[in-house]
Design a protein around this ligand. Structure first.
Ligand SMILES: Cc1ncc(COP(=O)(O)O)c(C=O)c1O
Length: 443
């Protein structure tokens, strides 16, 4: 009998190149090429690689390290919780779980009266849409172009980004509204004269396309991954009216905006709208898999009556609820301190100065610490400049700053709310130097 082929075994003190070779041989690519940065540790605003190089992380990890990497409060909470229970059972509740639900409701408007605790943002999208469907007895939904709501089936169906390509048709009965993307208005109009034509034209198209009836319309308060698009003032209340006229429930996906990232505890507060469903995830877990959904009394009652069913192995974990309670403490502190607004203004001010010097910066936008830069060829054409976006981000990384290219020519800048003035100054110096270095390469 032939012996089995031995697997690669990682040598105990493997160097980075060896590990990357092993990764190349063993890891399924799921989101493009393997990134050569191998993380050794993370703390506060910084990540260190295996060679001891420090990077200022202006991406907050996967937008989850809201209050920095490895905050003491989260470490204490998880160790304390794990010492009692590592895993319970999705059907069983605990004091932490009940307290988190209660605490969330106390922070949300009175209209939202029931909470479900989950693990990921994709799940929150799935259940948000499902609850709206079960409550209304309808089955279609509406998303917004350039939106991102997750990668599971239902969430991917309302995500309108090029990444839909290659997996066949998404769910039937899903429609898209044009994004409220004022810098490049899809209808070539301008705000405020447009009167939110993108919402109205889009809903008009939905009216002509629907075959059953629409249960939900889902949107991010800031369309982040699709291009850091902040809808103009008044857009969300207008969209809510258009939804109400049609009996459609408005679902706000606060995966990236919740827990103080845009300044308020939740971004819908500034937008002046109370949604029918709120989905919270990434920013709420601080790096742990925790998500939550809040719905109105009416949705809860009708969805329950109609037999809403959703269950995963890790919902209602006491340890994750403990993390959530701690994250809410931190969020309340940082909202009171206006951390996102203060640091965001400082970053925007520095970028605006750079924009006066360099026409490559076409637009600086976003709210609090969820900011974006749109890189353009020049101020006359405003043509997108993906080459500059990618090259300058790469140069920043060489110099020790992580920023994310979220859409071809658009960056997201989202450091933790605990970022210091000194870290912001260092990051802005790196961005400036990276622009200069890029321009030298184009001479
Ligand atoms: C707005 C939004 N919704 C949903 C998701 C999906 O969250 P998860 O990756 O936790 O499934 C994301 C993730 O980036 C997101 O940004």
């Amino acid at each position: 009998m032939s012996s089995p082929t031995p697997r690669n075994v990682i040598p105990s003190a493997a160097d980075t190149a060896t590990l990357l070779e092993l990764a190349d041989a063993s890891m399924l690519r799921h989101a493009g090429p393997i990134d050569p940065l191998l993380v050794e540790r993370a703390s506060g605003t910084s990540i260190w690689d295996r060679d001891g190089k420090e990077y200022l992380d202006f991406t907050s990890g996967q937008l989850c390290a809201t209050f920095g990497h490895n905050p003491d409060a989260l470490r204490t909470a998880i160790l304390d919780s794990f010492s009692r229970t590592v895993h319970s059972n999705s059907y069983l509740l605990s004091e932490e779980v009940i307290r988190l639900a209660e605490r969330l409701l106390a922070l949300l408007p009175a209209e939202l009266s029931k909470v479900l605790l989950l693990s990921t943002g994709s799940e929150a999208t799935e259940v948000g849409l499902k609850a709206a469907k079960m409550a209304t007895g309808r089955w279609e939904s509406v998303g917004v172009s350039r939106s991102y709501h997750g990668h599971t089936g239902g969430a991917a169906a309302v995500t309108f980004l090029p990444r839909r390509i290659g997996t066949g048709p998404a769910q039937p009965g899903v429609h898209a509204l044009p994004a409220p993307y004022c810098f490049r208005c899809p209808l070539n109009t301008s705000y405020p004269e447009c009167g939110f034509a993108c919402a109205d034209v889009g809903m008009g198209l939905v009216d002509t396309q629907r075959t059953g009836d629409v249960a939900a319309c889902i949107i991010e308060p800031v369309l982040s991954t699709g291009g850091m698009i902040e809808p103009p003032a008044g857009y969300l209340p207008h969209l809510k009216i258009r939804c109400e006229e049609r009996g459609i429930k408005l679902v706000l996906d606060e995966a990236q905006t919740g827990l103080g990232r845009t300044g308020d505890m939740f971004a819908f507060e500034t937008a002046g709208v109370v949604p029918d469903v709120v989905a919270l995830s990434k920013t709420m877990g601080g790096g742990f898999p925790l998500a939550a959904l809040a719905v109105t009394d009416e949705i809860a009652e009708r969805a329950e009556e109609n037999g809403l069913r959703f269950l995963t192995s890790h919902m209602n974990e006491p340890s994750m609820a403990m993390i959530g309670l701690t994250m809410l403490d931190l969020a309340e502190h940082h909202v009171a301190e206006q951390s996102a607004a203060r640091h965001g203004e400082k970053i925007k001010g520095a970028l605006e100065e750079m924009a006066l010097e360099h026409q490559l910066i076409g637009d600086i936008r976003g709210r609090g610490l969820l900011l974006g830069i749109e890189w353009v060829v020049d101020a006359d054409t405003n043509d997108p400049n993906p080459d500059a976006a990618v090259a300058i981000a790469a140069e920043c990384r060489n110099r020790g700053l992580l920023v994310q290219v979220v859409s071809a020519n658009i960056w997201r800048i989202a450091p933790p709310l605990t970022v210091s003035d000194d870290e912001i100054d260092r990051a802005m110096t790196i961005i400036h130097a990276s622009i200069v270095a890029y321009l030298e390469t184009t001479l």
